[in-house]
Design a protein around this ligand. Structure first.
Ligand SMILES: Cc1ncc(COP(=O)(O)O)c(C=O)c1O
Length: 342
């Protein structure tokens, strides 16, 4: 059985996951693969955990060979938690959580598995039970398609047990306060953002109506169609290998003579299109196309057409319609009938 708790935003959900299950000085293994994993690691260090940072080049996934080495060497179980961002939103990289679980089981290692699912949960295949995830967290503003404002944290019985010995200072995020109120049937220890909870109810209705499996398949089509368009434009995906391709966000590398921030600005100012900036190490080098949440294939084609016009505006030699043609040829062969309308 798992428990659901709410807090404020993804960053708050990170803090809630860490402080409720760990004590200052605890050794954790954390993977640095992009801006959001970097920010989580910064938080882990500021909360005084002893973090083994496993760094990969941006555009690559978590280095699980290093994890295997660390687990094999850790016979006395000094590692208390593995922290991993399932989908790195800054680079469009999806990590393989099934392999993380396999490694933990292979070495019989009891470390908690804490997962940031902010840009994956309700869009990508995410199996809390099967992968033995101890804390999974997300934010309202991503695949749930709500405004920003709530972080959702799901804790396993093992994670709840860990709260009994975790010595990190926690006040606003203390799970015990939530659990006390759950028992009383009032569910929230503070004034809840009730409008967002009504929104969450409506978002879940949409998710149940479409079906989670169908949602995951839709995101797989959106991801594939976007990648085909990028290829047709003659541009490269920031994600270096197919095994890490993300179906919720694609970071597109631009040639060195173009500043990718100009693409994002142009999209906003001329076409009313929101693209994502390149962050930190990849600032100016990539722009990001988000394709998650309540978005259908035709909406994506509109976005791809917009990107083509912007690319032409900034001096990249793109043939208008080339990416849209590649994406729509694939989509026309792969979009299923809408079950309720057959
Ligand atoms: C993967 C990931 N984790 C965490 C965060 C931080 O969430 P928030 O900005 O809601 O605090 C984000 C934000 O985009 C994210 O993409």
């Amino acid at each position: 059985m798992y428990f659901l708790l709410f807090c404020i935003l993804g960053t708050g959900a990170w803090e809630s996951a860490l402080t409720n299950t760990l004590s200052p000085g605890d050794r954790i293994v954390s993977f640095l693969i992009g801006q959001f994993s970097l920010l989580w690691i910064d938080q882990q260090q500021r909360l005084k955990f002893n973090v083994d940072v496993v760094e990969s080049e941006w555009g690559q996934g978590a280095n699980l060979d290093v994890l295997a080495e660390k687990l094999a060497a850790d016979r006395t179980h000094t590692i208390k938690a593995i922290c991993i961002v399932h989908n790195e939103t800054a680079t469009g990289v999806t990590n393989n959580l099934a392999t993380v679980r396999k490694l933990l089981d292979h070495y019989g290692h009891p470390a908690l598995l804490l997962v940031d699912g902010v840009s994956s949960i309700c869009a990508l295949d995410f199996r809390m039970d099967e992968w033995g995830v101890d804390v999974a967290l997300t934010g309202s503003q991503k695949a749930l398609s709500l405004p920003t404002g709530i972080g959702i944290v799901c804790a396993s019985p093992k994670a709840l047990e860990a709260t009994k010995t975790a010595k990190s200072v926690r006040v606003f995020f203390d799970w015990n306060d939530y659990l006390k109120f759950y028992k009383l049937g009032t569910f929230w220890p503070y004034t809840p953002s009730i409008q967002l909870l009504y929104g969450l109810r409506a978002a879940l209705d949409l998710i149940f109506e479409e079906g989670l499996d169908n949602i995951i398949e839709r995101h797989s089509r959106l991801g594939k169609a976007t990648r085909l368009a990028v290829e047709a434009w003659g541009l490269k995906n920031c994600t270096q290998k197919e095994e890490w391709f993300s179906d919720t966000v694609t970071a597109v590398l631009v040639p060195p003579y173009i500043d990718s921030s100009e693409i994002v600005k142009r999209g906003w100012k001329r076409y009313n299109l929101s693209l994502g900036l390149g962050l930190n190490k990849v600032a100016g080098k990539v722009f990001r196309i988000g394709h998650l949440g309540n978005l259908n294939e035709l909406q994506l084609l509109g976005c791809l057409a917009g990107v083509e016009m912007i690319l032409k505006d900034v001096g990249y030699p793109v043939k208008l319609g080339s990416g849209v043609a590649a994406a729509s040829a694939y989509l026309q062969n792969n979009i299923p009938m809408i079950p309720s309308r057959i």
